[in-house]
Each structure stands twice: as structure tokens, then as C-alpha cells.
Ligand binder design. Structure first.
Ligand SMILES: Cc1cc2nc3c(=O)[nH]c(=O)nc-3n(C[C@H](O)[C@H](O)[C@H](O)COP(=O)(O)OP(=O)(O)OC[C@H]3O[C@@H](n4cnc5c(N)ncnc54)[C@H](O)[C@@H]3O)c2cc1C
Length: 470
């Protein structure tokens, strides 16, 4: 509860800006928003790493851009840290408050659809909206928004943008940043930046990209205009099994090289096939190496793409499990990540991306490390794009002090290994707080550039300090 004179003064000002129901200094809520109740960072919390999360002084729920502007101005004047928060499932502590005077800005009450423009094929939303709130309204107009990380029932659009999120249908539809046309952002000084919804301009760098993956350190995103697609006429998906990772990878590589444009293409190792794919599809026989590949769009095109991809998969020794199982993959996509709950072990993940020439050696390097440390759980390639592919390497550790130590060891040995093999420090998730210490080795001079930008935009360092190595 607000206690000191400064807290009481702030409380009154916050209520003046946001109204009484949109400000809390309740102890239970402060505890929950500190991350200690497991709101943030589920994997690390399970193994007992509670990190530096601190109960914030206040939690606020703005509903309008105007309120965000006034809030930011107040924080600037009082030099108080603001921590923007969407669904709080960024996994690396990006929305964790790090000091007891911080204000968490939970953006989820800003969840209106402001405009759907079928002719422009765009939707404009407030940044706190979650995907399911858009689905029905879009479907009624014959459209969908093809961005589907498994956290989409709870993650907000502002969170997706701020973590440069990568959804399942990325091979055809692109990253969150690719689906973004325009932004409204409240800058750390309270100015409002609005970019123009055009596909490209040549008037200096495209400022949208400054906020993609910026972890709420450069501004609070309040609105976004996004690209939407017509609902496809047909969707064909198939699952193939192979007797080696190499063959499954080469088949996918070939399909990608031939430009067949799948909406999904995922290669799984034996662990992935068993603990995720086989279980989700209720097909326990899927224990070898798997390729899931699917196409969507006009029926005639989809039939052709599916036939050509199938020829390639069979040429590499793949066994086709048929369209029915592929349809089950689509139908179960939201329950895919549900594992059997274990009280004995928990999982964590290193994710990376690289050009095609490096993917197989990266897989082998990480797999050898995991096997040596006895932590291998599941490794898969979730995305192929024209420029390269990503790897998602899940490891497990016992829920015990030894497990926590093992977790640290995997990170300490795993990250240098990934960087040495030409992979990026992180592909899927945010850097947040927990991976900040590795940022200098990834960015080099780039980090100085980011720090210079941060200093100019946020001279009082009020927006999410301590994140992204800024
Ligand atoms: C089961 C599971 C599976 C996942 N799979 C994937 C996956 O396949 N691909 C993937 O990319 N991610 C995945 N994630 C991670 C998660 O989906 C993304 O990181 C997501 O973008 C987080 O959104 P959020 O709203 O929860 O953000 P939060 O965790 O609330 O915030 C993340 C960061 O964004 C900042 N932020 C939030 N909102 C704003 C705003 N309006 N303005 C400015 N900054 C803001 C926060 O300060 C923080 O730094 C997964 C997570 C889970 C739990």
C-alpha cells in the first residue's frame, strides 16, 4: 500500500490520470506482478530461479493513448521507471519490474479493434489486444491474421512486436515485424510517434523496425496497423517420417529451395517427434525424425504444391502419413505444447537461427552438448524462410538445486557454442533480463548504436531499465 509521502503524492496523481479502478498498490497484486507468483518466466521459476523481480510500487491499466502520454510525462518528471507489460509470457523476464519504485504499465485494457479495412487488407488495433479477440471479427469479413505463436491466447500485439515474435506460419506469412504496417508509440518523453501505413518508403530508415524487438525500452506501443490475409480456400498438410535428421532436413531444404512456399514447414528430431508431435497427434508411432509441411490458398495451387513437395519428401526416403494426420496437426495446433506435467523435471530452451549451410552443424553441436550433459528433450526446426532457418532446442533438468546448477551450465556452454557455429543468441523469444549479459558478444558495435539511440530518446532512462543490456 502507498505509504511514504512521495508514494501517496504519486498515487493521487496516477488516479488523476487513470481513474481509481485503473491504479493498484494492493500488496497481493504487487506480489503477482513482481513475477514471484510465476506470472513471468515460467520455466525458470519452476526450477527455483526467482531472479531479481521486485514488487512494483504500482500497477496501472491505461485505456487510452492520452493516459499513456500523461503517465509517461509524470514518470519523466519524477524519474520513475515504467515497465510495459502485455501477456507477461515473454519467458526471459522482459516485463519483470526490477526496482521497488517501478510502475508496471499493463496494457491489456487497451484492446479495441479500431478499424478493419478489407480493401486495404489491414486491421488497426490497440496494442493490448490478444489474437483470439480479432479472430471472429476478421473471419466474419473473410480474413485472418496469420501470426500464431502458441502463447497467442494471452500475448498482446504490443508484446509480439516488442519481442520480434515468430509465429508458426512464418515460412509463408513472415515475422510479426513483416506483418506490421504502422505504429503509434508514446516515446519516453511523452511525444507520440505515428508512422504511415505504407509497404515501404525511402524517407530514411523505416522507424517501425526501431520498435520491433525493442523490449519496451524505447517507447510504449499503443496502436498498430497490421496486414491481414483472406481465409484460404484450401489447406493441405502432411506429416512424413525419415530415418535420419539429415534426410528430413534435406527434404525440407529442397522444398524451400524450389520456392514451393509452404505455410508451415517443421523438422523434428526423435525427441520432438515423441514428446510433442506423436502425443499431440495421438500417434505414438511417430518416434523417428519428422517433417510437417503444408500449403494454403487456392485449391488448385495447393494441390500442385502438395504434389510437388510430396515427390521431394518421398525421394529423400520419407514415409507419408497422409492428409488426415496433417489435418489433425492443424486442428491440435493450440494444444501442441501441452506436455505431460512432471514434478520431477522442468524444461528450458535455447533458440537460434542461421543461414542454411550452418543449420545441420548447429543441430549436431547442440545435440552433442545436450547428450553429454544428459539434458536432451526435443530439438526441432520450426521455420524455413528464403534467408535461412531457425532451431528450437529444448532441454530438461531436475527440479532441484542440482537442476538449477545444470540449467546454468547448459546456458554457459550452450550460448558460446551457438555463437561459434554462426547462430544468433536468440531467435524466438525476447532477450528480456535473463539473456542481457550475452548481448555484447552478439551485437558488438551494434550495442553502442542501440545505447546511443536509447540515450537520445530516453535521457532519464525511465522505460524498462535493465533490459536488453541497455
Ligand atoms: C508456451 C509458449 C510458447 C511460446 N512460443 C513462442 C513462439 O513460437 N514464438 C515466439 O516468438 N514466442 C513464443 N513465446 C514467447 C511469447 O509468445 C512472446 O515473447 C510474446 O511476444 C510475448 O508477448 P507478451 O504480450 O506476453 O509480452 P510480455 O511478456 O508482457 O512483454 C515482453 C516484452 O515486451 C514489452 N512490451 C509488452 N507490451 C508492450 C507495449 N505495448 N509497448 C512496448 N513494450 C511492450 C515488455 O516490456 C517486455 O520487454 C512462447 C511463450 C510461451 C509461454
Amino acid at each position: 500500500m502507498a505509504g511514504t509521502p512521495i508514494e501517496e503524492r504519486l498515487y493521487d496523481q496516477l488516479i488523476g490520470i487513470l481513474g481509481k479502478t485503473n491504479v493498484s498498490d494492493n500488496d497481493l497484486e504487487r506480489f503477482v506482478y513482481s513475477g514471484s507468483a510465476g506470472v513471468s518466466m515460467p520455466p525458470r521459476r519452476v526450477i527455483g530461479e526467482y531472479g531479481p523481480g521486485s514488487p512494483p510500487a504500482f500497477i496501472v491499466w491505461p485505456e487510452t493513448t492520452r493516459q499513456v502520454v500523461e503517465l509517461v510525462r509524470l514518470a519523466n518528471k519524477e524519474k520513475i521507471p515504467l515497465v510495459p507489460m502485455g501477456g507477461s509470457v515473454g519467458l526471459r523476464g522482459g516485463s519483470l519490474p526490477l526496482s521497488s519504485n517501478a510502475i508496471v504499465v499493463d496494457i491489456k485494457k487497451m484492446h479495441k479493434i479500431l478499424d478493419i479495412h478489407p480493401d486495404a487488407m489491414t486491421i488497426t488495433v490497440q496494442a493490448g489486444i490478444v489474437r483470439p479477440e480479432m479472430d471472429e471479427v476478421l473471419a466474419a469479413k473473410g480474413f485472418w491474421f496469420p501470426h500464431d505463436p502458441p502463447s497467442h491466447p494471452v500475448s498482446a500485439i504490443g508484446g509480439f512486436i516488442s519481442t520480434a515474435a515468430a509465429g508458426w506460419w512464418l515460412p509463408k506469412y513472415g515475422y510479426m515485424g513483416d506483418l506490421l504496417l504502422a505504429l503509434e508509440v508514446v516515446l519516453p518523453t511523452g511525444q507520440v510517434l505515428r508512422t504511415k501505413p505504407v509497404m515501404k518508403h525511402s524517407v530514411g530508415p523505416n522507424l517501425n523496425w526501431l520498435f520491433v524487438g525493442a523490449a519496451g525500452t524505447l517507447g510504449i506501443i499503443t496502436e498498430a496497423t497490421l496486414k491481414i490475409y483472406p481465409l484460404p480456400e484450401a489447406r493441405y498438410t502432411r506429416v512424413y517420417t525419415f530415418d535420419s535428421f539429415h534426410k528430413a532436413y534435406r527434404a525440407a531444404y529442397e522444398i524451400n529451395k524450389r520456392d514451393l512456399n509452404p505455410y508451415v514447414m517443421r523438422v523434428g528430431d526423435d525427441g520432438h517427434s515423441k514428446v510433442y508431435l506423436g502425443r499431440a497427434l495421438q500417434t505414438p508411432e511417430l518416434t523417428s525424425f519428422t517433417l510437417v509441411v503444408g500449403f494454403d490458398g487456392m485449391k488448385e495451387m495447393v494441390e500442385l504444391q502438395d504434389r510437388l513437395a510430396r515427390e521431394i519428401a518421398l525421394r529423400y526416403g520419407g514415409k507419408d502419413w497422409g492428409l488426415e494426420l496433417g489435418q489433425r496437426f492443424w486442428d491440435t495446433r493450440l494444444s501442441y505444447w501441452k506436455q505431460r506435467k512432471s514434478t520431477e523435471y522442468s524444461t528450458d530452451v535455447i533458440t537460434t537461427a542461421a543461414t542454411f549451410d550452418k543449420i545441420e552443424s548447429l543441430y549436431m553441436a547442440v545435440r552433442s552438448l545436450y547428450d553429454r550433459l544428459g539434458v536432451h528433450f526435443s530439438i526441432h526446426i520450426p521455420h524455413f524462410t528464403p534467408k535461412g532457418a531457425s532451431l528450437y532446442c529444448i532441454f530438461k533438468q531436475p527440479v532441484s538445486p542440482e537442476g538449477l546448477e545444470l540449467n546454468r551450465r547448459v546456458w554457459e556452454e550452450g550460448i558460446p557454442l551457438v555463437l561459434q557455429h554462426g547462430g544468433t543468441l536468440e531467435h524466438h523469444h525476447e532477450i528480456g533480463y535473463y539473456l542481457s549479459r550475452y548481448v555484447p558478444s552478439e551485437l558488438g558495435t551494434g550495442l553502442e548504436v542501440l545505447r546511443a539511440i536509447k540515450k537520445v530518446l530516453d535521457p532519464n532512462n525511465i522505460l524498462n531499465p535493465g533490459k536488453l543490456a541497455l
